[in-house]
Structure formats: C-alpha cells, structure tokens
Ligand binder design. Sequence first.
Ligand SMILES: Cc1cc2nc3c(=O)[nH]c(=O)nc-3n(C[C@H](O)[C@H](O)[C@H](O)COP(=O)(O)O)c2cc1C
Length: 424
Amino acid sequence: MVKAMELEEAIKNRRSIRKFKDKSVPREVILKLLDAAQWAPSACNKQLWKFILIESDEIKDEVVKRSGANSLIKRAPVAICVLYQGGYSINKLSSYQSAAAAIQNMLLAAHANGLGGVWLTGIGNTLEIKRVLNVPHAYEVIALVVLGYPEEISRPPKRKDVGELYSVDGFDFPAEATYPTVYSPRTWTVGEISRYRDNSIRATSPTPDSFAFGAGDEFKNECALANSWLHGAGKGLRLMELLPFAGTHTAQIASNDDVGEYHIFELSDEPCAFTQERLRRMGISREVIPSLGDVDKIPLPDESIDSVVCFQKLEGLPDFRPIVREVWRLLPPGGSFLLSFRNKASFYWPYYLKEYRFGKEEVWNYGPFEPITYFTIARYLRQVGFRLEDTVGLSLLPVALGRVTHGWLSQFCRLVILRCRKGQ
Ligand SMILES: Cc1cc2nc3c(=O)[nH]c(=O)nc-3n(C[C@H](O)[C@H](O)[C@H](O)COP(=O)(O)O)c2cc1C
C-alpha cells in the first residue's frame, strides 16, 4: 500500500515548472512517465490516448510559430502532445477527462522522478499543431505538457480552505464564492474582482514572457513613455503604482533611477507577493513597498506620494472614480498622475464587443474590463481638480499597433496615456 503521507506530499508538492535546466531527459525516464499516464482511469477502459514526444528544436519552433502556442515549449527539453481519439463520446466529456487523468498521472510521476513540467492548454490553434505533427483527423489535441529538470520551483499558489469547497445535498455556497461571467466590471464588486485576480494570477509564472500582452511594441512604447515622463519629474521620487496585478509594467518601471521609493497599491496580498517574486527572478534589485486597502481607502497619509502611475487598470474596476479621488488625496499640489487605459472611442471597441462582450463565455485570467472613452476619464479628472498636461495615443489603427500618435488624434487610439497634475 502507498503510504498516505507520501501520496499526499507528492500531490501537494507537485508544482507547475516553467524554467528548466539545460539537460535532456533520457528516453527511459519519459517512458516511465508514459507508463504512469496509461495507468490512469479511462472511460470504458478504451485508453484512446496517444503521446507525441516533441524533442527536435525545428518541430518545437514550427509548432509555436504555426499555432501561436506558449513559447515555453521551445525552452523545455521535451514537450509531449497529448492526443485522444474522438468519436466515442457524444459530448467529448469522456475523451477530455480520460486524457486529463493521464496528464495528471504523468505530472505526478515526473515529480516523483525529480522532473517537473507544466500542463498547457494555452496552445493556440490545435489544428495547426495537428498539421505540423501529421496527426490524423480522428485524434484531438488535448494539451501539450512540457517537461524537464526544474531550474526553479515556485512557491505554491494559494488554495482554498477545504470547508469552502463543498455543500451537502444541493448547491449551497455564499454568493461571493462564484463570479459574474460577464466582462463588464460594472456587474462585479471590487471584492469579487480581487478574489478572481488572486486565484488566476498564476503565481508560479513570474517570468517576463508569461503574459502575452507583455510583448509587443505597444507595451514597450507605453513603458518607455512612462519612464521618460518620470525621468522628467526629478530624482528621489516617491512613486506609487496602482494595482500592478502581475507586475508586468512594474518590472519595466522599477529600474528607473529617478524613483526613490516604489510603492505598490493592491487589493490583496497575492499580487504584491507575485510582483515582488517577479522582480526578484528578473534580477531587479528594487524593493517595492506594498500597501493593501480598498479602492476608496489607500492606507497612506495625504500628500505622501509625489507621482502615481496606473497602467490599464481603471477600466477593470466597477467604478474608476473612488480610486482617482484617492490619488488626488495622496498627491501634494503639483504631484503628477500618469495613467493609461484602453479607449472605447477607437477601433478597439467593436473588437472588444465581438471578442469579449459577445464572444466569450468566461472571463480570462486578468479579470473583467471594459474600455472607457478619453472624454469620460478626462472630464472626471478635471472635475476632481487635475490639470491635464499631455496625452499620447498608441495604436491608432490595428495595422500599426504600438505606433505613437500625438495631438487630437491620440484621443482615438486603442491605448491612451494621459499625464495630469494636481492643481496648486
Ligand atoms: C487544464 C489546464 C490548463 C493549463 N494551461 C496552462 C497554460 O496554458 N499556461 C500555463 O502557464 N499554465 C497552465 N496550466 C497550469 C496552471 O496555471 C497551474 O496548474 C496552476 O497555476 C496551479 O499551479 P500548480 O500547478 O503549481 O499547483 C494549466 C493547468 C491545467 C490543469
């Protein structure tokens, strides 16, 4: 009999591993893992799984290039494409679940053999993967699993108390245990948004390329603009970033030498810990100072911060006004507020409607959001007493993502960056 303690430890200590040693995995070890996989239960014991080992760099490159799959595949010694033959279950439940059971067995066996890996469904167009790997029509790509010897093992992402997981004889959970399924943050409470972010932050992946939107010219230009404006604000700045979430922008701003103190404001501890871990892993020595509170209660005294930055977060709140009033309170007269937001008065709005409002049944990891117009934000900033100093737009047209636009046209770009100052 397996010792219960050892099994429990193996289950709890397995982590998703996303950084591997440069060391290949012997074929016999992989075969051990596949053997563990095939001892998983399968619907009607059909065992219709197949596993393609992707070891060659050319095939890995081709898979990533053609499907848009997570580029992690290229950095792992081996990727396994998990297939299941369809046609035997009307709604695919049996195929998916049999394959999932096999994957979990494989990951546990990897852990037991000193390897690590991650289960990937962020693999883009699976039809393209099938083409690259010559998979016949009857099989479906269920997931890719990347494996190797761990270079880094992250801290475990939060799990819930077991007591919160069940009810007896019917669905009986407090309202806050579920989330709205719509993208508009106006139907969410701030608490729901915060819990959602905590659970979906993927605390095990604070690497620069963990987040697709972290790449690209738009992101680079947004950070470059913010850095140049902060540079103009003078040395020793006390800066606060609002809601850094996974720290994607923080990592680009934190090395700015003009910043003396870098505060981050968040709704809960998880994003702060994630952001700090991300900076550490990227070798950025900056200490960020976390403050936790509510959008209408940032726990710092009046006029204690020189500059506030907020990147693409206002449009993720049910109401952006309370936090803007808090920014006003935190800044001394003349203090600057730099914010960026996805703009409703741009080509992005119809795309958003199609992709998110009408297109998706569930909200993606970064939580709900809805673009806001420049006019709505600018009007409110003025009402609170901010003086608008500069507006820059990025991505006026979908064919020129990231291109910088100045002047009145900036108000019609996908991303608007605004700099304003608290009136004297
Ligand atoms: C069905 C499924 C799909 C997943 N897809 C991805 C993915 O596309 N990219 C990724 O980085 N992690 C992916 N993961 C890994 C989860 O992010 C990870 O399991 C979760 O954050 C918990 O961390 P842990 O595995 O270390 O306990 C996936 C996990 C599952 C079960």
